[in-house]
Design a protein around this ligand. Structure first.
Ligand SMILES: [Zn+2]
Ligand SMILES: [Zn+2]
Length: 370
């Protein structure tokens, strides 16, 4: 019989609305599961730290955009792990004991694939996401392809390793989709970890940064944002970002932020359709909008306004190996201070970690797996 490990598993896809009284973890369970026999090119690893992603939460809540995930599935695509065993085949320099983080997305690697042929697995139509297409990092052990292993650079801790994937997504977006210049005024919409990471990297690039959240975020996520030096903007249907910018926002030194109610760049990380609709109103002509979020439905945009203001609106999907390398460096050098953003949970408290994340009662939940 194959080896058995414990893992956090999504089993059902019943739609759950947080706050409806139904437990947000009623679709999930901690289970014993069987590890598959290693195939050519695969390795067995012991997970160290695994982060909870917004997409994990969506899958747990049975949201329709994650219907395609087969159940039961051990989720988790943001993790650090240690190699326990190499399967048959060539694994390059990889050896037992190496600590790594996996590329969340594995491309088809067909030479004819337009994305894979330029090493952009994140854009491959046949990409396989660990934790969704196969069991992932919320198992105490995991089997994966050694092709997707990214070895740690010196100085990176296993705890930081759980944040490499989300940070790499922000690196990809900010590197190639945003034109941040020193002195720019940047607003980040949404104060989840992708929003907070975007704010940190925009600040590091010399911008002045504001970040939006809702009333519920005030005591935890927006508090962290304020402590990190970002201008907090609590928005509501009665007090929108557009209105607040038009009425005048100042930074902590009292200096006006966003000339004429407009910013140079908006980075959309909320996934709320209305926020993207509103985004084009608050960016100056020829300014940039970078969209990292995904949406539960189609979003209405005033396209004529987009044309008349010559805005650049760009999407950014996932990340590739080079972004993981940059993300590691940003953590080791302290440019992204992971310790300000991590809420650690032990594996015994994994249900609590998910409940807190789904209710936005933490900044970034990371589970110590073993
Ligand atoms: Zn993710
Ligand atoms: Zn491909």
């Amino acid at each position: 019989m194959n080896k058995i490990a414990k893992g956090f598993c999504i089993q059902k896809k019943e739609k759950i609305t947080p706050g409806s009284g139904k437990s947000v973890t009623s679709n999930t369970a901690v289970v014993d599961f069987e590890l598959p026999t290693l195939k050519e090119g695969e390795i067995l690893a012991k997970t160290l730290y695994t982060g909870i992603c917004g997409s994990d939460n969506s899958a747990c809540l049975g949201k329709s955009n994650f219907d395609w995930v087969e159940r039961p599935r051990i989720i988790g695509h943001e993790f650090s792990a240690e190699v326990l065993k190499l399967g048959p085949g060539d694994h390059g320099d990889l050896k037992v004991g190496d600590i790594f983080t996996p590329l969340a997305m594995l491309g088809c690697q067909d030479v004819e694939c337009p994305a894979c042929s330029v090493a952009k697995w994140n854009l491959c139509p046949g990409k396989q996401i660990i934790g969704f297409h196969r069991n992932g990092g919320f198992g105490q052990q995991v089997v994966l392809e050694s092709d997707r292993v990214v070895n740690f650079i010196e100085g990176l801790t296993p705890e930081q390793g759980a944040l490499v994937e989300p940070l790499s997504v922000v690196v990809n977006a900010l590197n190639s989709k945003c034109h941040i210049k020193p002195g720019d005024d940047v607003v980040v919409t949404g104060c989840g970890i992708i929003g907070l990471m975007s704010a940190e990297l925009a600040k590091a690039a010399g911008a002045r940064v504001a970040i939006t959240g809702i009333e519920h975020d005030r005591d935890i996520r927006m508090k962290t944002a304020t402590e990190r030096g970002f201008i907090p903007i609590i928005v509501s249907p009665e007090n929108t970002l557009t209105d607040q910018l038009a009425n005048g926002i100042v930074d902590s030194n009292g200096i006006p932020f966003g000339a004429h109610g407009k910013v140079d760049l908006l980075i959309e990380c909320s996934g709320v359709p209305q926020v993207l609709t509103e985004a084009i109103n608050v960016v100056r002509p020829e300014g940039d909008i970078c969209v990292i979020a995904t949406y539960p439905k189609e979003v209405a945009i005033n396209a004529t306004h987009l044309t008349r203001t010559s805005l650049n609106m760009r999407g950014s999907m996932g990340s590739c190996r080079e972004d993981y390398m940059v993300a590691q460096k940003l953590m080791v050098t302290g440019v992204f201070p992971a310790e300000h953003y991590t809420n650690l949970y032990d594996f015994e408290n994994i249900n609590q970690a998910f409940e807190d994340s789904i209710k936005a009662n933490n900044v970034k939940a990371v589970v110590k797996m073993n």
